[in-house]
Design a binder for this molecule. Structure first.
Ligand SMILES: [Fe+2]
Length: 266
């Protein structure tokens, strides 16, 4: 299957900028690019921080935009979101009131988790009711390949600021996954491209749609940075996971003749 991973939109009401950037214009640019080049994707998954301040107006705008978007899109919560306001627009709570669901395609199980803890904390939480849901969904997979989507990483990523606000009770979360064929964790929150392996499970994250987090805090004068936003085009088969990050806003022709390098040299 093919899916698009997009994260950390940080939408604000129309007409407002966030850190000097226009998150809604950037989202539109991303959706137009995906529509032009990846309309064959089975789905798009947005791993949280859909809004900057959790306003209903931001969620309504996102919903309006997605109604015109041809790729079926699943929206998730991050620490900047407000669950009540989200549910008033999108609905979709599970039995314990959290925004979680499972997608099954070609024998692969995609589990979308709700790690929102709530203010004043920016960290993530995966408490007993959520763990019960995940445990049941992992059992339902019966050994089939599982892919997790979550806003907060359940481990340190080697970033001083981010490691303070990862998922709480990470050990309990890790214990839950043991004995299941979890292949990959797609997360947001980090506002950076990161990939690696944790406990034998592959993982990847992406820059946000609006602002980014510098790898080295002192490398710019501000906490956040203006680096290229990206989405990821992901191909999943039971045998392989491929994640292509694409800097849609900064893709321009190179300074070269259009016919150059088009021979049969490859
Ligand atoms: Fe974020």
């Amino acid at each position: 299957m093919k899916l698009i991973h997009l994260t950390d939109l940080h939408l604000v009401p129309p007409g407002e900028l966030l850190w000097g950037l226009d998150p809604f214009a950037r989202l539109d640019a991303a959706l137009r690019d995906i529509e032009a080049h990846h309309a064959d994707a089975d789905c798009c998954i947005m791993t949280g921080d859909l809004s900057e301040r959790g306003e209903v107006a931001a969620y309504r705008l996102l919903q309006d935009r997605l109604q015109q978007f041809p790729v079926r899109t699943h929206v998730m919560l991050g620490n900047h979101d407000n669950r009540e306001n989200f549910l008033s627009v999108f609905g979709g709570a599970d039995a314990s009131g959290h925004v979680q669901k499972t997608l099954v395609k070609d024998g692969m199980h995609l589990l979308l988790l709700d790690t929102l803890k709530g203010p004043p904390s920016s960290a993530g939480l995966y408490d007993a009711p959520r763990r019960a849901w995940l445990s049941a969904e992992l059992d339902k997979a019966r050994g089939a390949p599982v892919y997790l989507f979550m806003h907060h990483p359940p481990f340190d990523i080697g970033h001083a600021l981010m490691d303070l606000i990862k998922l709480d009770d990470a050990e309990a979360f890790a214990a839950l996954l043991k004995g299941h064929d979890v292949r990959h964790i797609f997360f947001g929150h980090a506002h950076r491209t990161i990939s690696g392996v944790w406990n034998g499970i592959g993982f990847s994250s992406l820059p946000g749609v609006n602002h980014q987090l510098p790898l080295v805090g002192a490398s710019v004068q501000t906490v956040y940075s203006d680096e290229p936003p990206m989405y990821a085009a992901v191909t999943l088969t039971p045998g392989m996971t491929i994640v292509h990050s694409d800097a849609f806003l900064h893709r321009k022709p190179a300074l070269m003749p259009e016919e150059a390098e088009r021979g049969d040299w490859f």
